[in-house]
Design a protein around this ligand. Structure first.
Ligand code: TRP
Length: 372
């Protein structure tokens, strides 16, 4: 059996809207008017869907009553695709005032044979955590943990692993197969721990009553569906105040137009890429929506929807709505050439990477505050 969305797959999502509809994910756009300062990714439709995010917005109003929970796979270089999630986490912490629960999915990564445990831990800290801090994540109101080591507090650790263990009774092999397609013992274990990741912020040992929201990529929706079902089946053992909500973002295109993949350095811009080499990388690899010749480009104009440089500006590097509109219109009309468009991105990237890498050095001093 083949599941339509596979959290462990390598395929690119083609038609987000169709998939969302099929699985009951609601469009994000109608909620925008309820958010005072929506994040750029929300405003521009990169966060495109949700389950019950209205409930999150209700709880944002009641201070201290919600948590944002999400996890990361320590799978390699931290790149622009990962930055999208980091920004949302920081937005929940700094703008909406949520308590942050951030987990390193080392049990999951280990079971999927991504690496040795020590390597995974090193990647999690040196790639992910350092970049999160440099992007603005603060230690206050942030509970950062590893799936393999939930807490030094024994009551908390017991409560977490007990929940993971008990969750298994609330699903069946058939259900898991229907959701995930092919499964293995390692996947079953990872899924049960992920269910605990998502639900445990609501337990008394972790501060008790609160609503949980999980920002994720579309490929993680199978976990959300299963977790919500399991939570609703715990009617006696656990009483959760609400089902966890979720929001879904589109993936950022890889440089060459396909998927951004940690295993191919020319498919991404890493946040540790040398700013001096970025010009060459963009010039050489960034997929262009421009035409074959200048004459043809002037006549027919470029195609921003497929142009990777435009997409990076739109999603992350040109926050000014007027400016991005002008770039878009000039590209479509043929006034702006591909080389000129790339030039705009290159300048933004050079500056961003230089600043970011300085902050990343400073972040090293703060790491210990997150690894209590
Ligand atoms: N499975 C997620 C991934 O592949 C990582 C993860 C682990 C996670 N626990 C989580 C995501 C809890 C959201 C919530 O990236």
């Amino acid at each position: 059996m083949k599941a339509e969305i596979n959290p462990w797959g390598t395929e690119d999502v083609k038609d987000y809207e169709k998939l969302a509809k099929e699985f009951g994910i609601k469009p994000f756009e109608p909620l925008l008017k309820r958010i005072k300062e929506p994040h750029l990714l929300m405003r521009r439709g990169l966060v495109f869907g949700h389950r019950d995010f209205g409930k999150t917005l209700d709880s944002v109003k009641r201070k201290g009553s919600y948590a944002m929970m999400t996890g990361l796979m320590p799978s390699g270089k931290f790149h622009l695709g990962h930055k999208i999630l980091a920004e949302q986490i920081i937005y929940h912490q700094q703008v909406l005032g949520g308590k942050i629960f951030l987990c390193v999915a080392d049990i999951e990564a280990y079971n999927l044979r991504l690496n040795r445990m020590e390597e995974l831990r090193k990647t999690a800290v040196e790639e992910y955590l350092l970049n999160y801090i440099a992007l603005g994540l603060k230690p206050k109101n942030c509970d950062f943990y590893f799936q393999s080591e939930r807490s030094k507090d024994p009551d908390q650790a017991n409560a977490f692993y007990k929940l993971a263990g008990m969750a298994a009774r609330k699903t069946t092999f058939n259900e898991m197969r229907a959701i995930y397609g092919e499964i293995s013992p390692g996947k079953v274990m990872s899924v049960m721990i992920q269910v605990a990741d998502i639900l445990h912020p609501m337990l008394p040992e972790f501060g008790g009553f609160k609503h949980v929201v999980v920002p994720v990529g579309m490929d993680q929706d199978p976990h959300m569906r299963l977790t919500r079902d399991i939570a609703s089946r715990f009617d006696r053992e656990y009483k959760f105040p609400s089902l966890p909500s979720s929001t879904y973002h589109r993936f950022i295109k890889g440089l060459k137009g396909g998927k951004m993949s940690s295993s191919d350095p020319f498919s991404y811009v890493a946040l540790t890429d040398d700013p001096k080499g970025i010009r060459n990388k963009i010039m050489k690899y960034a997929f262009s929506g421009g035409r074959e010749t200048i004459a043809e480009h002037r006549k027919k104009g470029g195609i921003p929807e497929v142009d990777v440089s435009y997409q990076y500006l739109y999603s992350q590097f040109e926050p000014d709505d007027r400016k991005i509109r002008t770039i878009h219109d000039d590209y479509i009309s043929g006034k702006l050439l591909t080389g000129e468009l790339k030039q705009i991105l290159i300048e933004k990237l050079e500056k961003f990477l230089t600043d970011h890498q300085r902050k990343r050095e400073e972040a090293k001093k703060q790491v210990d505050k997150f690894l209590k």
